[in-house]
Write a protein that binds this ligand. Structure first.
Ligand SMILES: C[S@@+](CC[C@H](N)C(=O)[O-])C[C@H]1O[C@@H](n2cnc3c(N)ncnc32)[C@H](O)[C@@H]1O
Length: 302
């Protein structure tokens, strides 16, 4: 069955109004993408929490409707909601049926991070003669964020590859697909705790851990269900600058003294404020690494 896809390019300021209108109009799904990305692969889907400021200056929203949706009505409501929207920023097209969540998997290729870490999409089998020193994570992110294609994830994977994780407990706060926790387990960590406020992410993390035969060493929790005594020898959080700022005291309590930690999901201009905040919360030896406008902050727990 064909579907109706409505593509809307809006500013960060217009995005909440546009997204709310599309949902009110009965969109079956609304996908947010970076309108300035050079390729669709780089335009990672990012779902800001309610009331959060999106990361990008300009966003493409893709909304999917039943094919027989009232097109004229849709355009009318969107025009009323965003009267300032230029006509060429709104495209309606019929699209053929396909497995929506999985179509992108066809373009998703194995990627190397650091010296030995590889992420292989679930539908591609690593070659038999792959160097035995390589660590391979097989991944199907499902509906969750975290394939390694986004620079924020890549920055964390490279950082993990450079650590001695043997026997350590890692906390992955904002685990998404579980890519970071699972990579850490495969790189030698004894135990991982994945935390996310999206239950779908916890499901994806669990499924991916099972695929990688590390589920017995990984626990997942919603933030308010985390046991009081949970502590990290290594800590990683790839979220967004807003929650990272807010959660700094919580992260400080979760890190054992001296625990290596990394934060990602930070735009370059947001880094100075976060460095100040984390120094004030007792984190030490803070350093930054930048890629494609995104910054990773790393250091040690106080
Ligand atoms: C950018 S994704 C990172 C996924 C994966 N760790 C990676 O590096 O690719 C951020 C994840 O953090 C979760 N998240 C956002 N705010 C959060 C919060 N306040 N507490 C816990 N999880 C949060 C989101 O649901 C999402 O799965």
């Amino acid at each position: 069955m064909p579907w109706l896809e409505l593509q809307l390019t809006v500013s960060a300021e217009q995005q909440p109004r546009a997204e709310a209108a599309l949902e009110d109009l009965g969109a079956l799904s609304v996908t947010l993408m970076d309108a300035d990305a050079d390729t669709p692969d780089e335009a990672a889907i990012f779902e800001p929490g309610v009331g959060e400021t999106p990361l990008w200056h300009s966003l493409t929203l893709l909304a999917l409707f039943e094919a027989d949706a009232d097109r004229r009505g849709l355009l009318h409501v969107l025009h009323d909601t965003l009267p300032e929207l230029a006509p060429d920023h709104l495209v309606l097209r019929e699209v053929a049926d396909q497995d929506w969540e999985r179509a992108w998997m066809d373009r998703y290729q194995p990627m190397q991070f650091g010296r030995r870490l590889w992420i292989y999409p679930w539908n591609i089998t690593p070659p038999d003669d792959i160097d035995a020193s390589n660590i391979v994570v097989r991944l199907d992110p499902g509906l969750a964020f975290g394939t390694g294609t986004h620079p924020t994830t890549a920055l964390c994977l490279e950082w993990l590859d450079g650590l001695d994780l043997d026997g350590k407990t890692i906390i992955d706060y904002g685990c998404g697909s579980g890519v970071l926790a699972i990579a850490a387990l495969k790189l030698g960590a004894a135990h991982a705790i994945g935390i996310d406020n999206d239950p779908q992410a916890l499901t994806a993390t669990h499924d991916n851990a099972t695929r990688n035969a590390v589920a017995a060493r990984l626990q997942t929790f919603l933030p308010d269900q985390l046991p009081m005594d949970a502590r990290a020898d290594v800590f990683v959080a790839n979220i967004l600058a807003g929650p990272l700022t807010e959660l700094a005291p919580r992260f400080a309590a979760l890190c054992r003294p001296g625990a290596p930690f990394a934060l990602s999901g930070i735009l370059a201009e947001q880094a100075p404020e976060l460095l100040e905040r984390y120094a004030a919360c007792g984190f030490r030896d803070l350093a930054t690494t930048q890629r494609e406008g995104w910054v990773r902050i790393s250091g040690c727990g106080g």
